[in-house]
Design a binder for this molecule. Structure first.
Ligand code: F6R
Length: 611
């Protein structure tokens, strides 16, 4: 989604801003721009399309100066063209602004501003804020004008502004859209909507909270609320490295991240398991452990792939911790007026980015009702991580490819740890806890065995490259994996794929099956294997080509399957963690074989910070 970069210091701002924008490209965008200041002159260059187009434009018309702001835009209000690209200026070109989020009352504000003589150039909601600040700045010092404008705005924003009125100051503020300040050497400051924008320069950061603003200047940094009360912030240190956000030997981030999954499992379980005692230790939940003992119902809220990890979590928690659990889409949960009992219920928000607007909304809905809010989050310091009462980090490292892979695996690992923790608080035996723990520890080596089959799966993808549609089937723990496989195929290869709980086949989708409609079925040898075999027969009888995923050593499906993918055995509850990996590889290779960029699927953004 949109990205913000800012800089003030002694370097050429243009270089730092472009570098930051490149590192934010993975988030998805459709235009880009910069505004720098030299003396009292503002230089704005913006282009539709990629950062490379902006770089070319800047080679023709450089943006001089050592202070500036920059943006990658993912269109919400107005087409993705040069006029609508950020930064935006006020009427007189006295200030430049970049904005992530949505100004919900922009049309009402815009009507008033036009009536009072302001001339708009773009169709964006953002430009309203530029004119609003301009109006207040006619009668107030710039800082006060900036804050007054923010107080008028309804909606979400991460905003950065430079102004000719204060040529060596960069202002920024957030409400619902992340911003992080990087503290560099010798009094320089960096701003980013994502730490990836500034990690090459510094690891010392301050995360802005909601309704907080910051001013960055050559003499220092000040943080304050929108009513100008000073706020003292603590510095934090980013622990991941630049290598983790670079592609290395892999042709795409997605393939790199798929291959990182053995390490993700190691990192997500490190220090959290006492395998022989059958216990999971989750430091982030320590303070609420007593409250967790009294929990009788759980709601898992999340979106997209994280939602599907939540579904796997639901199966685990109900079967092994014996806690009634519902998984729900954040976008539904927050508006359907859920009935929650704070005495016995908890909500678990699952999110890779920790910034997904719908998940944040659902979590806040629960918190307002006094319900214990827990988070399973990958991005350290993100909004969900900070706003929940307690939580568990996934520790998957930065996920750059737009489509989530390693975070999904990490989320399922955390759910299995949570299941152990809550299960052992209840009726789970030491033997069961220990079995799960030992199986978890054995997973990384098993994932390696699947990754070694990447070339075979690539050949398989080539065989199905022309499929128009596909059905992905799974049951019980592997129904969500089927949904996830279908989601990956849709979003990466642009092939219509539907994930179905296999028992539903005969209740409708079987009507679609014919020789040109491939079916990919997850048929690992678990408690529903025999049922899956019947579904395979049903599909075969309609002459649908059958790709079957089953366990190593199981030869009985050779007769029925057109193609087989083998995965190692594990316990049923952990089987989704292995079974999803061939599906990720299949979707990846399908996309590449079809000439598509799997890292940046069309129309998608990495973190969806608007509703
Ligand atoms: C799909 C995908 C999305 C995200 C969803 C939630 O590959 O990545 O469906 O899973 O937008 O994002 P997070 O986990 O950041 O809340």
């Amino acid at each position: 989604m949109c990205g913000i970069v800012g800089y003030i210091g002694a370097r050429r701002a243009e270089d730092v801003l472009l570098d930051g924008l490149r590192r934010l490209e993975y988030r998805g965008y459709d235009s880009a721009g910069v505004a720098t200041m030299q003396g009292e002159a503002i230089h704005v260059v913006k282009m539709p399309g990629k950062v490379v187009h902006l770089t070319e434009a800047l080679a023709r018309t450089p943006a001089p100066g050592s202070i500036g702001i920059a943006h990658t835009r993912w269109a919400t209000h107005g087409e993705p063209n040069q006029t609508n690209a950020h930064p935006h200026l006020d009427c007189r070109g006295d200030l430049a602004i970049v904005h992530n989020g949505i100004i919900e009352n922009y049309d009402r504000l815009k009507i008033g501003l036009i009536e009072r003589g302001h001339a708009f150039r773009s169709e964006t909601d953002t430009e309203v804020v530029a004119h609003l600040i301009e109006e207040y700045a006619m009668k107030l010092p710039f800082e006060e004008a900036f804050l007054a404008a923010l107080r008028d705005v309804v909606g979400t924003f991460g905003i950065a502004v430079v102004s000719r009125r204060e040529p060596r100051k960069l202002y920024a503020a957030r409400r619902g859209s992340p911003l992080v300040v990087g503290i560099g050497q010798n009094g320089e400051y960096f701003l980013g909507s994502d730490p990836a924008a500034l990690i090459a320069y510094t690891r010392d950061v301050v995360y802005l909270g909601d309704d907080e603003a910051v001013s960055l200047s050559d003499t220092g940094m000040e943080t304050f609320s929108f009513d100008r009360t000073r706020i003292t912030k603590t510095r934090e240190s980013i622990t991941w490295t630049i290598d983790e956000i670079e592609r290395g030997r892999f042709p795409h981030f997605m393939l790199k991240e798929i291959h990182e999954q053995p390490a993700v499992i190691v990192n997500a379980t490190r220090g959290r398991l006492d395998a022989d005692a059958g216990l999971a230790k989750l430091g982030g939940l320590k303070d609420v452990e007593a409250r967790l003992r009294g929990i009788e119902r759980l709601s898992i809220v999340s979106c997209g792939t994280a939602y599907l990890a939540g579904m796997v979590g639901e199966y685990m928690l109900e079967e092994y911790a014996e806690i009634p659990t519902e998984t729900e889409l954040g976008s539904e949960f927050r508006y359907r007026k859920p009935i929650l009992d704070p005495a016995v219920e908890a909500v678990i928000a699952v999110s890779q980015s920790g910034e997904t607007a719908d998940t944040i909304g659902a979590m806040r809905e629960a918190k307002e009702k006094g319900v214990l809010a827990l988070g399973i989050v990958n991005a350290v310091g993100s909004t969900i991580a900070r706003d929940t009462d307690a939580g568990v980090y996934v520790h998957a490292g930065p996920e750059i490819a737009v489509a989530s892979t390693k975070a999904f695996t990490g989320q399922m690992i955390v759910f299995s740890l949570l299941t152990m923790l809550l299960g052992r608080q209840r009726r789970m035996s030491q033997a069961t806890g220990s079995r799960i723990a030992h199986e978890l520890l054995a997973l990384p080596a098993k994932v390696e065995r699947i990754l070694a089959q990447s070339d075979r799966i690539k050949a398989l993808a080539k065989k199905y490259i022309h499929a128009q549609s596909m059905l992905i089937l799974g049951r019980k723990y592997n129904a969500p994996v089927a949904y996830e496989g279908a989601l990956k195929i849709k979003e990466l290869a642009y092939i219509h794929a539907e994930g179905y709980a296999a028992g539903e086949l005969k209740h409708g989708p079987i009507a679609l099956l014919e020789p040109s409609f491939p079916v990919l079925a997850i048929a690992t040898q678990d408690s529903v294997y025999e049922k899956m075999k019947s579904n395979l027969e049903e599909a075969k009888a309609r002459r649908a080509p059958l790709i079957v995923l089953t366990n190593e050593g199981n030869e009985e499906l050779v007769r029925i399957a057109d193609d087989l993918i083998y995965v190692p055995r594990t316990i049923e509850m952990l089987s989704p963690i292995l079974n999803v990996i061939p599906l990720q590889l299949f979707a990846y290779h399908l996309a590449v074989a079809r000439g598509l960029d799997p890292d940046k699927p069309r129309n998608l953004a990495k973190s969806v910070t608007v509703e």
